[in-house]
Design a protein around this ligand. Structure first.
Ligand code: ATP
Ligand code: HSE
Length: 321
């Protein structure tokens, strides 16, 4: 359960008093998620999410994330909206942490997506990229290829205790990716963490996207590569579902066709995306803060995906004919 920061009732009441969101009827810590502390708030005015930003979120980046959510909603994308307090501010402080209330988005995430979910995700991802095109702010991707070596150094010699041979495999992947990472691909605002838990459906229809706290300015096709990893593997990373990948890419290209350079770069982008999530999971796995209510995610699931990516030859192996 991702609650890193306990919030005493009195502090919560004082914080909420600054907002016009009715009277608190109930609240609870949210079980899902690993990055930030989230509470579900039920008030006389409706449902809201209270987020306290933790380790990986830099406070200076919050205006980018909050403005982005507002911008995307203006462009018609369904995503949570920051709630401003009586002074007109969206960003507050609670228990020493930056804190924001956002609107509640209806829908449920799918645990085991199918081909149709992947097709819908592809369309939504391309729509997100299109909606972000005229967003005026930018933020470098702080978890791109340049960050992977330092992340690996944090795990150091403990990697092999998590999975035999992981150090050596990671060293080789890093060396290859650091020299072959593509530059100059079409760029813009990307979500950068569009895992199944961040995409909501009502029935079969995609109802919205949440969790924009890794959003940044980077290659658009890298976002697609992240989704290929997050949505198109089964059995904890052992089985690649080419049919789901094909549906994801086709859904994306129905809105925004990929350029030839992006198609060519897909295998290396997918390999890099897998390494990025393997590394952040590895560091988190080895460093659970004392007292935190969180279930860290298993880095071995991404080590297994890397086995697939290492043998992939071109985009056809990812279902892009
Ligand atoms: N605006 C929202 N509307 C409805 N539910 C939400 C909203 N924001 C968060 N949630 C719920 O809280 C959970 C955790 O939120 P979120 O994914 O933002 O946390 P996180 O710690 O950043 O997680 P992650 O591990 O995906 O980075 C979500 O899976 C969802 O169930
Ligand atoms: N989506 C990430 C966690 C949040 O960044 C993962 O599954 O590793």
């Amino acid at each position: 359960m991702a609650v890193y920061t306990e919030v005493p009732d009195a502090e919560l009441s004082a914080f909420l008093a600054a907002y016009e969101i009715g009277t608190l009827l109930s609240y609870k810590g949210i079980a899902e998620g690993v990055e930030n502390t989230n509470f579900f708030l039920h008030t006389t005015a409706g449902n809201f999410i209270l987020t306290l930003y933790e380790k990986r979120v830099n406070e200076g980046d919050l205006p980018f994330f909050l403005n982005l959510m507002e911008h995307l909603a203006r462009r018609g994308l369904a995503c949570p909206q920051p709630v401003r307090n009586r002074s007109g501010e969206a960003l507050g402080r609670l228990c020493g942490r930056p804190a924001v209330i956002v609107t509640f988005l209806e829908g449920v995430s799918v645990k085991a997506p199918g081909v149709d979910h992947c097709a819908a995700l592809g369309r939504a991802l391309a729509e997100l990229h299109a909606a972000g095109r005229d967003f005026g702010m930018s933020r470098a991707n702080s978890l791109s290829v340049g960050a992977w070596g330092p992340l690996f150094a944090q795990a150091g010699s403990q990697a092999d205790a998590v999975s035999p041979g992981l150090s050596e495999r990671t060293r080789a992947d890093l060396a290859l990716l650091e020299t072959s990472w593509p530059t100059g691909l079409p760029g813009g605002v990307i979500h950068a963490d569009l895992f199944t838990d961040n995409v909501f459906f009502i029935g079969d229809a995609l109802s919205g996207l949440i969790d924009f706290y890794f959003a940044c300015t980077d290659a658009l096709a890298y976002d697609l590569a992240i989704c290929l990893n997050a949505w198109c593997f089964e059995d904890a990373g052992r089985t690649f579902r080419k049919d789901m990948a094909a549906a994801l890419i086709a859904g994306y290209e129905a809105v925004r066709p990929l350029e030839p350079a992006e198609v060519e770069a897909l295998p290396v982008l997918a390999r890099g995306a897998a390494l990025r999530f393997m590394l952040t999971r590895l560091v988190d796995w080895l460093n659970v803060p004392p007292g935190a209510l969180v279930q860290p995610k298993d880095p071995r699931e991404y080590d297994r995906r890397l086995t697939f990516h290492r043998q992939a030859r071109d985009a056809r192996d990812y279902g892009r004919g």
